[in-house]
Design a protein around this ligand. Structure first.
Ligand code: ATP
Ligand code: MG
Ligand code: MG
Length: 550
C-alpha cells in the first residue's frame, strides 16, 4: 500500500476541504480558446483539471474562451470536444465565455459607476507610455479623469458601434505606479468590428482575456482555477477585479506548462506548420496534437499515463520526448496484437516443400496476455517474403539469421536451412533457396534441432500489400525555438519515410485505426484513418526500442 505523495494542488485542495472552504466543493474548468487543435500540453492541463475533480468528488466545466472573434472557429470547438472525450474525460457543463458577454458588460458598467474604470482615447503607443516601465512609474493620459457620466456614455457608444476599431478602450483605474505592470490601468475592453462565430454581429466590443477569464470563473463558481506560470503576474488583477466587482471569489493557481524536447507546442506555430504545408494537417501523425498522436497510434491510456508520470511542477522544465515514446511503447507492448509484415522484401523458396501445398498455421494475437487474446490463421506455402536484412551472403559469426548453410526458425512455422541463393546482374540477391525440416513445426517440433534466430515472413501467394509510413521527429533541434532564425529551419527533412509496397499477412485486412499492432521485429503500427480497403496505409507509432540516442 504505497502512498503517493500529494502534488501542491492536491495539498491546497485538501487544506481547503479540511477548512470547509466552498463547503468542500471542488469545481475546476478547462478553458481552451477555440483557435486551434489541442496539443499534448493541453492534455496535461486536461488530465490535471479533470483528475483533481475526480479525485475530490468534484466536477470540471469545459469553457470555450471565445473572446477573440477573428481567430476562432466552430471546427476547433468540435475537435476540442472530441479530443477531450477520447482522452477519457467528461465535462459537467459545456460553456462559452461569449454567453457571458451581457454579464461581463454589466460588470464593466459597475466598475465605471464605482469610478474604477474609464474610457481612454489614447493610441496604443500612448497607452503603453502611460504605463511607464518596470523601473519608472507611469503617467495618466488626459482621459483618466473623465467623469463617471462621460465614461458611461462613451462606453455605451463604444458598444453601439459609434467608434472605429482601436479608437477607444476601456481601462481599469487602479494604480499607474504599481510595481506589477499588469495593475497599471489594464485594458478591459477593445473595439473590434468583427463577426463572432457564436454571437454573430451582436457585439463590436470584446473583453480582454484578463477581464473575461476571472469573471467567467466567478460566474461559474469555479473553486480552483488552474493555469500556467505565465499568469502569476495576472493573479493580482484577477483578485482585484473579483473583489471590486463583488462576485464569487474563485482562486487562481499556477503550475508549470508542459514543454517537450524536439517539439513546438503553441497553437500559433502549429497553425503555421499546417498553413505552410510542412505537415498534412492538424492531425498529421508527426504533430504533437492530440489528433495527430491518435492518428499515429497513441492510446488515451498512454497519454494519461505520461501526464501522470511527469507530475505537476511549480518551476519551468522541459520533458524529454522519449518519455512520451516510452509510455506508448509500454502500453502497446501489453496491448498490441502481433502480426507479420515484410517491409523490405526478398523471396525465399523452400525447395523441398510441395509446389501446390498450403498450410494454415496459427499464431496467438497477444503473447503478453494469458490466453493470448485468441489467435489468427497464417497461410504458409513454398514461397515466402522475408526481410532483405535477414539474409547475408557472408554472414559474421553472430548473425543468427540466414546465410549460406545457416538455419533459422520461421515464426509460427518450420526451421529452414539456406542451401543457395540467386543474384541479378547488379549483384542484388533475388532469391534465397532453403530446405525445411518437416518435423520442426512450431508447437509440434520433434526434430530435436535448436536454432538461435527466429524471423518473420509472409507467404507470397497470400500476401496483401500496404503502404507503410515511418515517422521520425518533426524537428532536428532539441529546442526548435532556440534557433536564431525561423523555428521551421530546424524541421527534420527526413521526418517521413514512405514504403510504398509492404507485404502484410492477410489477417491485417481486419485492422482498424487506433488498434495497435506490433509488426514483429519492426515496431508498433496502426491503420491510418485515411486508409481505404484498396489502398491500405499503416502508420508506425513507435519503434520497438529507443533508437534515437544511437
Ligand atoms: P497555446 O499557447 O498553445 O496556444 P494556450 O494557452 O493559448 O496555448 P488555451 O486554449 O488558452 O491555449 O489553453 C487552454 C488551457 O490549456 C489553458 O488553461 C492553458 O493554461 C492550458 N495549456 C496550454 N498549453 C499548455 C501546456 N503546454 N502545458 C500545460 N497546459 C497548457
Ligand atoms: Mg490562450
Ligand atoms: Mg497561448
Amino acid at each position: 500500500n504505497e502512498e503517493k505523495s500529494l502534488n501542491f494542488l492536491e495539498e491546497i485542495i485538501e487544506e481547503d476541504i479540511k477548512n470547509g472552504k466552498n463547503d468542500g466543493r471542488v469545481l475546476t474548468r478547462f478553458p481552451p480558446e477555440p483557435n486551434g487543435y489541442l496539443h499534448i500540453g493541453h492534455a496535461k492541463s486536461i488530465c490535471l483539471n479533470f483528475g483533481l475533480a475526480q479525485k475530490y468528488n468534484g466536477k470540471t466545466n469545459l469553457r470555450f474562451d471565445d473572446t477573440n472573434p477573428v481567430t476562432e472557429d466552430i471546427e476547433y470547438v468540435e475537435s476540442i470536444k472530441n479530443d477531450i472525450k477520447w482522452l477519457g474525460f467528461q465535462w459537467a457543463e459545456e460553456l462559452y465565455t461569449s454567453d457571458y458577454f451581457d454579464t461581463l458588460y454589466g460588470y464593466a458598467v459597475s466598475l465605471i459607476e464605482k469610478g474604477l474604470a474609464y474610457v481612454d482615447d489614447s493610441t496604443p503607443e500612448e497607452i503603453a507610455a502611460s504605463k511607464g516601465t518596470p523601473t519608472e512609474p507611469g503617467k495618466p493620459t488626459p482621459y483618466r479623469d473623465r467623469t463617471v457620466e462621460e465614461n458611461l456614455r462613451l462606453f455605451a457608444e463604444m458598444k453601439d458601434g459609434k467608434y472605429p476599431d482601436g479608437s477607444k478602450v476601456l481601462r481599469a483605474k487602479i494604480d499607474l505606479a504599481n510595481p506589477n505592470m499588469h495593475m497599471r490601468d489594464p485594458l478591459l475592453y477593445r473595439i473590434k468590428h468583427a463577426h463572432h462565430h457564436r454571437t454573430g454581429d451582436a457585439w463590436c466590443i470584446y473583453p480582454m482575456y484578463d477581464f473575461a477569464h476571472g469573471q467567467s470563473d466567478s460566474i461559474e463558481r469555479i473553486t480552483h482555477s488552474v493555469c500556467t506560470l505565465e499568469f502569476i503576474p495576472h493573479r493580482a488583477l484577477y483578485d482585484w477585479l473579483i473583489e471590486h466587482i463583488g462576485i464569487f471569489p474563485s482562486k487562481q493557481y499556477e503550475f508549470a506548462r508542459l514543454n517537450m524536447t524536439y517539439t513546438v507546442m503553441s497553437k500559433r506555430r502549429l497553425l503555421q506548420l499546417v498553413n505552410e504545408k510542412h505537415v498534412e494537417g492538424w492531425d498529421d501523425p508527426r504533430m504533437p496534437t492530440i489528433s495527430g498522436l491518435r492518428r499515429r497510434g497513441y492510446t488515451p491510456a498512454s497519454i494519461r499515463n505520461f501526464c501522470e508520470r511527469i507530475g505537476v511542477a511549480k518551476r519551468e522544465n522541459v520533458i524529454d520526448v522519449s518519455l512520451l515514446e516510452f509510455c506508448i511503447r509500454e502500453d502497446l507492448n501489453k496491448t498490441a496484437w502481433r502480426r507479420m509484415a515484410v517491409l523490405d522484401p526478398v523471396k525465399l523458396i523452400i525447395t523441398n516443400y510441395p509446389e501446390e501445398k498450403e498450410e494454415l498455421l496459427h499464431g496467438e494475437n497477444n503473447p503478453e496476455v494469458e490466453g493470448g487474446e485468441g489467435e489468427r490463421v497464417i497461410p504458409f506455402s513454398r514461397e515466402l517474403w522475408i526481410e532483405r536484412e535477414d539474409f547475408m551472403e557472408n554472414a559474421p559469426k553472430k548473425f543468427f539469421r540466414l546465410g549460406p548453410g545457416l538455419s533459422v526458425r520461421l515464426k509460427h512455422a518450420y526451421i529452414v536451412t539456406c542451401d543457395s541463393f540467386v543474384k541479378d546482374g547488379d549483384g542484388n540477391v533475388t532469391e534465397i533457396h532453403c530446405s525445411y525440416i518437416p518435423n520442426s513445426k512450431s508447437g509440434e517440433d520433434t526434430s530435436g534441432l535448436k536454432v538461435k534466430g527466429t524471423i518473420h515472413w509472409v507467404s507470397v501467394p497470400h500476401a496483401k500489400t500496404a503502404e507503410v509510413r515511418l515517422y521520425d521527429r518533426l524537428f532536428k533541434a532539441e529546442n526548435p525555438l532556440a534557433t536564431t532564425g525561423d523555428f521551421k529551419e530546424s524541421i527534420n527533412p527526413d521526418s517521413l519515410e514512405i514504403l510504398e509496397k509492404v507485404y502484410i499477412e492477410p489477417d491485417l485486412l481486419n485492422a482498424v485505426p487506433g488498434k495497435g499492432y506490433q509488426f514483429i521485429r519492426k515496431g508498433y503500427f496502426t491503420l491510418d484513418t485515411r486508409s481505404t480497403p484498396d489502398r491500405l496505409v499503416f502508420n508506425r507509432t513507435v519503434g520497438l526500442r529507443d533508437t534515437w540516442a544511437k
